[in-house]
Design a binder for this molecule. Structure first.
Ligand code: NI
Length: 169
C-alpha cells in the first residue's frame, strides 16, 4: 500500500469525466487499498480516484464514526438508484480544496449500486453524512466539485479564502 499525492483544485484531471472500470484485477484492488490509505492519512471521509490522478470510476468512503462498520465502503462504477426527497444542508469540504468548507444542500438519503473491487454487485444505503459523502464522491467521477453547487457569490468568497490560504503556505 502507498499514500498517493492528492490533486488540488486547478488540476485538469479533477474536471474530467472518469471512465468505467472494466477489469476487476489485482491492480484495481491495489488502487482501492491506496485510496483507503491516502484518505485515512488525510483524515478525509471519502476519496475518488480522479483525486489521485486516476480518471476511473472508483470511490471510497469511510464514515464509520457516524454510520458504524458499514460506513467503510469501496464502490466501482457507482450509480444512484434512489434519492430521498428530504434535503440536508450541512458543511462540506474536499481534500482537493483543503482548508475551506461551505454549506451544501444534498438529499438526506441516497441508495447507490455498483461493484466491489472484486466485481461483485453491491448496494449501499446512506443517510446524512454517509449520503453526503457518497454523493460528493460520485460528483468527482463526473468532474464536479462541491464548489459548483454553491451560489456564485458563495463560490467567489470561498475561492478567495482558499487562494489566500494557499498563498500563506
Ligand atoms: Ni472531494
Amino acid at each position: 500500500m502507498a499514500i498517493r499525492e492528492i490533486r488540488l483544485l486547478g488540476d485538469p484531471v479533477l474536471r474530467e469525466e472518469a471512465r468505467e472500470v472494466e477489469v476487476f484485477d489485482e491492480e484495481l484492488q491495489s488502487l482501492v487499498d491506496d485510496m483507503f490509505e491516502t484518505m485515512a492519512a488525510a483524515e478525509g471521509a471519502g476519496l475518488a480516484a480522479p483525486q489521485i490522478g486516476i480518471s476511473r470510476r472508483v470511490m471510497v468512503v469511510d464514515v464509520r464514526r457516524e454510520a458504524g462498520p458499514r460506513g467503510r465502503v469501496a464502490l466501482i462504477n457507482p450509480r444512484v438508484v434512489e434519492v430521498g426527497e428530504e434535503e440536508d444542508r450541512s458543511p462540506e469540504g474536499c481534500l482537493s480544496i483543503p482548508g475551506v468548507s461551505e454549506v451544501v444542500a444534498r438529499p438526506l438519503r441516497v441508495v447507490m449500486e455498483g461493484k466491489t473491487p472484486r466485481g461483485e454487485p453491491i448496494r449501499v444505503e446512506g443517510e446524512e453524512l454517509f449520503a453526503r459523502a457518497l454523493l460528493h464522491e460520485l460528483d468527482h467521477l463526473d468532474g464536479v466539485l462541491f464548489i459548483d453547487r454553491l451560489t456564485p457569490l458563495k463560490r467567489r468568497m470561498l475561492l478567495r479564502k482558499y487562494r489566500k490560504l494557499q498563498e500563506e503556505e
